[in-house]
Design a protein around this ligand. Structure first.
Ligand code: FAD
Length: 383
């Protein structure tokens, strides 16, 4: 745990500070000036680093640079300005107003974001979040938009679209990969395969980003994030913190973040891999891909709408309730799989919500089982 109460160090102490984490603490608190921090980074960057600590050191340097190099570090904020203008002051063209969110979701459903900011690096993500938190703006973070139903009325405040995509592999007897949270998970799994790295085969067919998967404990084919995550760097109200996998409190498709026990933005993650033959990893991915194609209906959807109740399957219950193929507007409970709700074209979120209610009510009446949503409803809804 970082010691937030540490006394203010002298510049020479900062430069000599072992470990590097201490520099980060002081950078966050702005208790050292930029010149000292830059000098500390230069020293640490050129110092020999143990092979097994290389990625950690690099990721910490990146974070410290965020606190010292970002354009947002020095510009004063005008508290009476509109949120969009405050953000534009710092992030210019990355900030857009009244943007339809449907194209940023796998279901292709949903209204407008008041403000949309696309970030392409950890530095930008941290910078945008710093302004949002300092200004007290309401925000929603979106990765691949593959596990959300966005309301027709849209999302108030700022939607941060995460496209931070840097990846670093660390080879050795216990290989790992560090990745920014906007990395597309399926791409990462395929990159691992081409390097002969196993462990993420299950993720090669899961849409969305690392951030979304860390948040929701995504999983498939007996694998899930809880089995791969070593730690995640998350931005909480206390600043940047490193959560171990235990701190994520993972359970079936949930975490400390998804259960809302804590609010945090996933910035990056370190994942455990295994050495393997490239052909073996690719063969497993192909097998999973074939199995998915055989079961999963095509078309725009959010994947599984409900979590599977203990000992049963939501899809089986919805089918047994006679609801497969039920349609409200252009939203349909798939004829192939009862837990997939398909957008047949320009579907309203309210129609999908009506189908959700219908499925929950019918399954509760017929089987006395409460179906719990896996997908999250975001934005402004009619009650
Ligand atoms: C066809 C299809 C098949 C699917 N199959 C599977 C499957 O097999 N297994 C499975 O688990 N899921 C599956 N899903 C659901 C989805 O792929 C996963 O839930 C995925 O992990 C969501 O990631 P995302 O980036 O799209 O998250 P989003 O939908 O963008 O966001 C989901 C939630 O995560 C939050 N979030 C996103 N990024 C961050 C971040 N950086 N920090 C904090 N919070 C964040 C959002 O605010 C939101 O609350 C499927 C979806 C589809 C469309």
């Amino acid at each position: 745990m970082l010691n937030e109460e540490a006394k203010k160090p002298s510049p020479s102490e900062v430069i000599a500070l072992p470990p590097l984490k201490m520099v980060l603490v002081h950078a966050k608190d702005k208790r050292v000036n930029k010149a000292d921090l830059r000098s500390a980074i230069r020293k640490v960057s050129s110092a020999p680093v143990r092979q097994d600590e290389k990625i950690e050191v690099q990721s910490l340097i990146k974070i410290i640079e965020h606190f010292t190099n970002g354009p947002y570090y020095e510009k004063p904020m005008n508290s009476s300005a509109r949120p969009v203008d405050v953000l534009r002051l710092h992030f210019a063209d990355a900030v857009q107003e009244n943007i339809p969110l449907a194209p940023y979701t796998s279901a292709r459903i949903g209204g407008m974001a008041d403000v949309l900011v696309m970030v392409k690096s950890t530095n930008e993500l941290m910078g945008v979040m710093k302004v949002i938190l300092e200004q007290g703006l309401s925000y929603t973070i979106l990765g691949g938009g593959s596990n959300v139903l966005v309301s027709d009325k849209g999302v108030r405040g700022v939607v941060v679209l995460n496209r931070a995509k840097e990846v670093r592999f660390e080879s050795g007897t216990q290989p790992v990969v560090w990745c920014e949270s906007g990395v597309i998970f399926s791409n990462l799994a395929n990159r691992c395969a081409s390097r002969g790295l196993a462990g993420l085969e299950w993720a090669a067919t899961v849409p969305g980003t690392i951030g979304g998967a860390v948040y929701g404990n995504a999983g498939a084919f007996d694998g899930d994030m809880s089995k791969n995550l070593i730690w995640a760097d998350v931005l909480t109200k206390n600043g940047l913190e490193r959560y171990s996998v235990e701190q994520m409190k993972y359970a079936y498709r949930t975490s400390i973040l998804k259960s809302k026990a804590e609010t945090a933005i996933v910035i990056s993650a370190m994942l455990r891999l295994k050495n393997a033959a490239q052909e073996e990893v690719s063969a497993k991915i192909n097998e999973f891909s074939e199995r998915r194609k055989a079961k999963q209906p095509p078309g725009a959807s959010m994947g599984s709408m409900f979590k599977n109740p203990t000992g049963d399957h939501a899809g089986r219950l919805i089918e047994a309730a006679g609801l497969k193929g039920t349609r409200i507007g252009n939203a349909e409970i798939s004829t192939l799989h009862g837990n997939f709700f398909i957008n047949h074209n320009e579907t309203r979120a309210e129609d999908v919500r009506a189908l959700i209610r219908l499925a929950q009510q019918t399954v509760a009446e017929k089987f006395n089982i409460k179906l719990e949503l896996e997908v999250e409803l975001i934005g402004e809804w009619n009650e």
